[in-house]
Design a protein around this ligand. Structure first.
Ligand code: FDP
Length: 323
């Protein structure tokens, strides 16, 4: 089986970018080890703190953030980083070529139940004219991403990565500590009968979401004339992994729960990298009104509605929002 670095070399990935991906993955391997230790590593449970978004931080959120942050700040290729767990941009090296944004541990509510969790990351080119601590560094369209990926800490630890062409899957081989290529080209089936949404929010949904989900729930006797099944992992990384593996549609739409936060998922380090992975696997990623990759973030922690997965289904769903 092919290893990660030769795979990226054969894609002619820039050497410095390749070294940076290695740094990110060194952090993820350490997180994978800590996750696998569970209660034995003393990493479960919450801290007494909240992050900038008012969410309670889990111990593992903080550990994963510290690990990635310290490794990335030591890498001279890095100009600056942004993280879900950091209030603002963190400057690294003034002459670094790259920016890294990450969600160190997505799906925090799954930590204590031994469920799927993961690290999501994106790599962007640094903007020469701006200093390393200028938050405008990250105000770049999703189409500028040089690499995007996630590491899923599940029964096995998997890396799903794109550097612009294919979306590939690698599996961590614990016997030698490296990622081995296990799917050279992920393709999301165009059609699906599986949807993924937090149904508990249904009373807060806007009409397009209500109408679309209602049509799916009607099954064979409704307008869709087929039966749909539902899955909800409560960790975007697990839900998108399923969608990439066997198709499906994943939605986290805007709702009326909290008018100050109509959408939940973060653009820069959740929606944008996942959108690149899904598009490069033949799927679609939209807010309902525009492709996620066409959005330029106007803040590090900006939130957006997310609809992504099998392209025919996502397209069909988007009609409900545009009509
Ligand atoms: P979490 O807050 O547990 O980190 O990133 C946000 C996220 O998880 C996604 O991974 C997941 O899809 C969603 O929130 C879960 O939301 P619900 O609490 O509505 O289930």
């Amino acid at each position: 089986m092919q290893r990660l670095i030769p795979t990226l070399r054969s894609d002619q990935v820039d050497l410095e970018l390749l070294m940076l991906i290695r740094t990110v993955l060194a952090g993820c391997k350490e997180i994978s080890f800590r996750v696998s230790q569970g209660a034995l590593g003393g990493v479960l449970g919450s801290t007494l703190d909240e992050n900038i978004q008012g969410e309670q931080q889990k111990k593992l959120d903080v550990i994963a953030n510290q690990l990635l942050k310290s490794m990335l700040l030591n890498d001279t290729n890095v100009r600056a980083i942004a993280s879900e767990e950091e209030d603002s941009i963190v400057a690294a090296h003034e002459d670094g070529k790259y920016l890294v944004a990450f969600d160190p541990l997505d799906g925090s509510s799954n930590i204590d139940i031994n469920g799927q969790i993961g690290t999501i990351f994106t790599i962007l080119p640094a903007i020469k004219e701006l200093s390393a601590d200028d938050p405008k560094q990250f105000e770049q369209s999703g189409r500028n991403q040089l690499a995007a990926g996630y590491v899923l800490y599940g029964p096995s630890t998997m890396l799903v990565l794109t550097t612009g062409s294919k979306t590939r899957c690698f599996t961590l081989d614990r016997t030698h500590g490296g990622f081995l290529l296990t799917n050279d080209e992920v393709r999301v089936p165009l059609q699906t009968q599986e949807f993924s949404i937090n149904m508990a929010n249904s009373r807060f949904w806007f009409e397009p979401t209500k109408f679309y989900i209602n049509d799916l729930l009607q099954g064979e006797s409704g307008i869709r004339k087929k039966r749909f099944n539902m899955r909800w992992n409560a960790a975007m990384v697990g839900d998108i992994h399923r969608v990439l593996t066997r198709g499906g549609i994943f939605l986290y739409p805007e709702d009326k729960r909290d008018p100050a936060k109509p959408a939940k998922l973060r653009l820069l380090y959740e929606a944008m990298p996942m959108a690149m992975l899904v598009e490069n696997a033949g799927g679609k990623a939209s807010t309902g009104l525009q492709d996620i990759l066409d959005i330029t973030p106007d803040g590090l922690h900006q939130r957006v509605p997310v609809i992504m997965g099998s392209s025919d289904e996502v397209e069909r769903c988007c009609y409900y929002y545009t009509d």
